[in-house]
Design a protein around this ligand. Structure first.
Ligand code: ARG
Length: 256
């Protein structure tokens, strides 16, 4: 009898301990949302190398503020752009902010918030190479970031430009590096991002691609059917209306 009671007590104890653990977990999980990003995209998201390893940028500031209003803390997971949607769909991250464009194709596997920023694409190249229009890409090697919409734009261009090759890299800094080293002739980069590289590299130049079919907006991405999308959107809208987004754009893009 004594033994039996003891066992019951131990079991109850274990059960209670188990429950408390679960509850605690649920509580802390509720307080933090994990955001996936690809921190190779200054000024949207990049590693602040001057001050350590922290990831900063326009997207990060927006995410922090929206999550704050929603009552969550932000945790960031950095990865290659090409792996973001898979990370979202395998629950490795709760949402994604990576200056990601809400394309029809992506909408098949994830939900998007409203667009919070619109951009243009440019062809960046070395001044010395005299690439001033799409036609000048004949026989050239054009670089793009793997998994980006620029990849699709490049495939389209390939159809009209004779002998042009397309080559993909995981990150934007890699593309710029390869271009400087002469292994790539040009790269498609959004103007907001290319600006920083052009400022730092005297030898680089760009022209804007005019005839693009899809709007180049950035939006936050969520797993299909997530309740978070609507909450996120509500606060994003508020921030658009009360000038907070404009203020952040000024901070990161210098008043464009
Ligand atoms: N807007 C483009 C896209 O959605 C490029 C985004 C790249 N973002 C990044 N963090 N590298 O495909």
């Amino acid at each position: 009898m004594k033994k039996f009671t003891a066992i019951i007590l131990v079991l109850t104890g274990l059960l209670l301990a188990g429950c408390a653990g679960e509850e605690q977990k649920a509580e802390s999980a509720q307080k933090t949302l994990v955001m996936g990003t690809s921190a190779d995209y200054k000024p949207f998201e990049y590693i602040d190398t001057a001050n350590g390893r922290e990831i900063i940028g326009f997207d990060i500031d927006i995410a922090k503020r929206v999550l704050d209003k929603m009552g969550y803390k932000l945790e960031i997971k950095n990865m290659d752009f090409n792996g973001l949607i898979a990370a979202l769909n395998s629950n490795k991250v709760d949402f994604v902010m990576a200056s990601m464009t809400p394309t029809e194709k992506r909408k098949k596997s994830v939900d998007f918030s409203d667009i919070y920023y619109v951009a243009n694409d440019a062809i960046v190249s070395k001044k010395a190479d005299n690439i001033k229009a799409v036609d000048d890409l004949k026989g050239k090697k054009l670089g793009i970031q793997l998994g980006s919409i620029q990849e699709e734009t490049a495939e389209e261009l390939k159809k009209e430009v004779e002998g042009m090759q397309v080559t993909a890299r995981d990150t934007i800094p890699q593309l710029i590096q390869e271009m400087k080293a002469g292994r790539i002739d040009a790269a498609i980069v959004e103007t907001t991002v290319s600006k920083g590289y052009l400022e730092k590299n005297e030898g680089l130049t760009e022209f804007i691609i005019e005839d693009e079919s899809e709007v180049q907006g950035a939006a936050a991405a969520f797993p299909k059917g997530s309740d978070l999308t609507e909450q996120y959107n509500k606060h994003l809208q508020e921030m658009k209306q009360n000038g907070e987004i404009d203020e952040l754009a000024k901070k990161w893009f210098g008043g464009e």
